[in-house]
Design a protein around this ligand. Structure first.
Ligand code: FMN
Ligand code: SF4
Length: 518
């Protein structure tokens, strides 16, 4: 039987040399006349081991990593096809603690299947959720999604079922499903991993959303900085169309649904749903005032579901296994699982899907393994550039929307960035203001002007100019931005700034300037 050797096609693995590794393996197979083939899978999400090469053996998949092209010949000499011992051998993939301890519902197939093999997808329960959705009523689908407790994974945590019900109940001749795949948050890559590693799950989730709400057309809005995701998604859509999953009759049903990928130029604010809709319509990516809600007047003024990739990709498992199954994971009002993305100065960076409820400390210290530099962790920013910085004193906070909000933080898209004790939190606060100034759409004054004043004020604190007065001014600016901004870009920039000031006051009191020696 032909032995399968897996080499990821995920952008993170490619950035670390996976293409060269795949080529070297293909050449080695040919040169040695072996009965083996290379399968390009998605990433398992253990980036410190990429490129992670796996071989399918009688004992299951055996992993090696990180593999360089120069290691390939030696791996074959050591009996790679039989899972032979080698210094890069990690043993059975499923036994790697980082992977073994996860609960992979949304990412169940990612890294296991060939992302563009529809047969592989079906083999791992693919389209089982869609089949069930077709067999039931739109109202029942919406009820199941509501009962599952699924909340939007894009940042705001709004209940997905309630959004779908608004669109379902809206009377219109045309409705839309828009997938927000802009993924602008720092330290986040879950959307990209799904699009590159299991694109059919997103197609399935969007088709279910279409059937539930009466929308016949969907768009996946992503950024031009995601070329691999765009290519994989586009190809997967063509394959799904040819297989009768998309088109005038979804899986032979009376429902029509089709999809298109659109890419923006990569502006952070274009991830905000109304700005995204403007961009999708070919206009400048500027935020629209709400109401009207996109659910009632969205893309081209029609009722539109705007959901994040992970929200939509979580729907197939909910429909397949049932709302109760999904709801049983998690804590409080945060139900199901969350793909946590661990990045920054951390030993084990990657994607970790788990039920809500792990503490931040467990994620950073145990799962992430502490900093890559080996120095003490000073701060962790959770939730992208608009998220708060948490000090070690708050590491007992469980990963839960309400628990983070109670500590003036947010989960956002579940990206966490780790900093060691060399981080300068005043610099980070300035960076937050600068980021807002650069990315502001310019529609409202507190954000457009406030962020620029924020940068200037942080600079004055740094220079030791009237520090107490300027700290009070910075806090005042934050207050104005928080309560006076139209959208969360201006409204949430105060979170990183204020958390840095509150938890790391020592960084905001630079040593007084030394008088020049006489
Ligand atoms: C400045 C800004 C950027 C955002 N960027 C994203 C993004 O990249 N991806 C995303 O899904 N949501 C993003 N959001 C949230 C969206 O506005 C919206 O809440 C989300 O797409 C809704 O989908 P969900 O309910 O599935 O989370 C952003 C919001 C703001 C204010
Ligand atoms: S807060 Fe900033 S990004 Fe949002 S609408 Fe106002 S100016 Fe635009």
């Amino acid at each position: 039987m032909t032995v399968k050797i897996f080499v990821p096609r995920d952008a993170a693995a490619l950035a670390l040399g996976a293409e060269k590794v795949a080529k070297a393996i293909t050449q080695e197979i040919a040169a040695r006349g072996l009965d083996a083939k290379v399968v390009r899978n998605g990433s398992r999400g253990m980036f410190w081991l990429e490129p992670l090469v796996e071989v399918e053996t009688e004992k299951g998949r055996i992993a090696y990593g990180p593999v360089k092209a120069g290691d390939v010949s030696g791996l074959f000499d050591s009996g790679l096809l039989q899972g032979g011992a080698h210094e890069l051998s990690i043993g059975p993939t499923e036994e790697i603690p980082f992977l073994r301890e996860q609960t992979r519902l949304t990412f169940a197939r990612c890294g296991i299947t060939d992302p563009l093999s529809i047969e592989d997808y079906r083999r791992y329960r693919g389209f089982a959720g869609l089949e069930k959705a077709i067999a039931t009523t739109p109202a029942d689908i919406v009820r199941q999604v509501t009962d599952s407790g699924l909340r939007g994974r894009g940042g705001a945590g709004f209940p997905t079922g309630i959004k779908w019900k608004t669109v379902m109940d809206a009377a219109a001749s045309q409705k839309y499903i828009v997938c927000n795949a802009d993924e602008g948050d720092s330290a986040t890559f879950a959307d990209r991993m799904i699009m590159e590693g299991d694109p059919f799950v997103l197609i399935e989730g969007m088709a279910i959303a279409g059937i539930a709400t009466g929308a016949t057309k969907g768009y996946i809005y992503t950024r031009s900085e995601y070329p691999h995701a765009i290519a994989t998604m586009t190809e997967a859509i063509e394959i799904a169309r040819a297989a009768g999953i998309l088109g005038l009759s979804v899986m032979g049903s009376a429902h029509a649904f089709d999809l298109e990928v659109r890419s923006g130029a990569g502006a952070y604010v274009c991830g905000e749903e109304t700005s995204l809709l403007n961009s999708l319509e070919g206009k400048r990516g500027i935020v629209r005032a709400k109401p009207p809600l996109p659910a009632l007047k969205g893309f081209l003024g029609r009722p539109t579901v705007v959901n994040n990739v992970i929200s939509l990709a979580s729907v197939p498992v909910i429909m397949d296994r049932g709302a109760e199954y999904y709801k049983n994971f998690g804590m409080g009002r945060s139900r199901g699982t969350i793909p946590i993305q661990i990045a920054g100065n951390v030993k084990h960076g990657g994607l970790y899907e788990v039920a809500f409820g792990l503490t931040l400390g467990e994620i950073v210290d145990r799962i992430g393994g502490g900093t890559a530099t080996g120095r003490p962790v000073k701060a962790v920013q959770v939730g992208g550039p608009l998220g708060a910085y948490f000090p070690r004193a708050l590491f007992d906070t469980p990963f839960d929307y309400e628990a983070f909000a109670a500590k003036d933080g947010l989960i956002g898209h579940a990206g966490i960035t780790v900093f060691d004790d060399t981080a300068d939190m005043l610099k980070q606060a300035r960076f937050a203001m600068e980021f807002c100034a650069i990315e502001s759409c310019g529609k409202c004054t507190p954000c457009r002007i406030g962020s620029t004043r924020g940068v200037e004020t942080a600079d004055k604190i740094k220079q030791g100019i009237e520090p107490e007065k300027n700290k009070a001014l910075l806090a005042d600016l934050c207050n104005t931005m928080k309560f006076g901004s139209l959208c969360a870009l201006g409204g949430f920039t105060p979170y990183p700034v204020m958390s840095a000031m509150t938890h790391f006051p020592e960084d905001f009191s630079p040593a007084p300037m030394v008088e020049a020696a006489e």
